[in-house]
Design a protein around this ligand. Structure first.
Ligand code: PGA
Length: 244
């Protein structure tokens, strides 16, 4: 159960969140719990989560170890802070910051090389869904951004299916629509890595997940978890989602 805070909260707001959130998930050992704040709050989040089951993730990582890359942050910088996870290829990064399947692959490979667990995002736009191109888009994103990983690397990633039309819009994919896409992604994984690897990979759903729709989404056989934006900013609502 992962929270993507996007560009919200300061470091002190992060600390306040954890004070309220920690007790709500103290006994929630049915799931891995990950929170991904902005870079500026990662240290505060690691400190505030210390001794709990909550793990901390970043929202992006560059592929080089260090160098003249103004504005970027590397894997070793993140792991040195105690960061365990990283979201890669979120649709907002693809849409506003020129992220492509190729850069998604490079970031994912680097994240793995430096010991981070990548949550790799895929998902179609509304026009693509309406044109009947959902599977073609997912296929292309999987082929370009994921399928070039080795079997050993693939075993360490989490995939997030986030239909762009459902992100921040209040318009969740129905559990059936989400399940269909998840099943398709798992079939692509099986074609490349075999059945055992495809069964084992965790595929998260993201896009307007709320306390009142999480249960039906999680009831789908191919939905293994959720990646939550807006509803992860409030400790009570994210607590309810984790404890669905
Ligand atoms: P949302 O965002 O839950 O606010 O729709 C999900 C995401 O972008 O990860």
């Amino acid at each position: 159960m992962a929270g993507n805070w996007k560009m919200y909260k300061t470091a002190s707001e992060t600390t306040e969140f954890f004070e309220k959130f920690r007790p709500l998930v103290e006994k929630s050992d049915h799931a891995d719990i990950v929170i991904c704040p902005p870079f500026t709050n990662l240290a505060a989040a690691v400190a505030a989560a210390k001794g709990s089951r909550i793990e901390i993730g970043a929202q992006n990582v560059f592929w080089a170890k260090e160098g003249a890359y103004t504005g970027e942050v590397s894997g070793p910088m993140l792991t040195a802070l105690g960061i365990q996870w990283v979201i890669i290829g979120h649709s907002e990064r693809r849409q506003y910051f020129g992220e492509t399947d190729e850069t998604v692959l490079k970031r994912t490979q680097a994240a793995l090389e430096y010991g981070l667990k990548p949550i790799v995002c895929v998902g179609e736009h509304l026009q693509e869904r309406e044109a009947g191109k959902t599977e073609a888009v997912l296929e292309a994103q999987f082929a370009g951004g994921i399928a070039k990983l080795s079997a050993e690397q693939f075993a360490k990633i989490v995939i997030a299916y986030e239909p762009v039309w459902a992100i921040g819009t209040g318009r969740t994919a129905t559990p059936e629509i989400a399940e269909e896409a998840h099943r398709f992604l798992r079939s692509r994984a099986e074609a490349v890595y075999g059945k055992a690897a495809a069964d084992a990979v965790r595929i998260l759903y993201g896009g307007s997940v709320k306390p009142d729709n999480v249960k039906n989404l999680m009831a789908q056989p191919d939905i293994d978890g959720v990646l939550v934006g807006g509803a992860s900013l409030d400790p009570a609502s994210f607590g309810k989602i984790v404890n669905f």
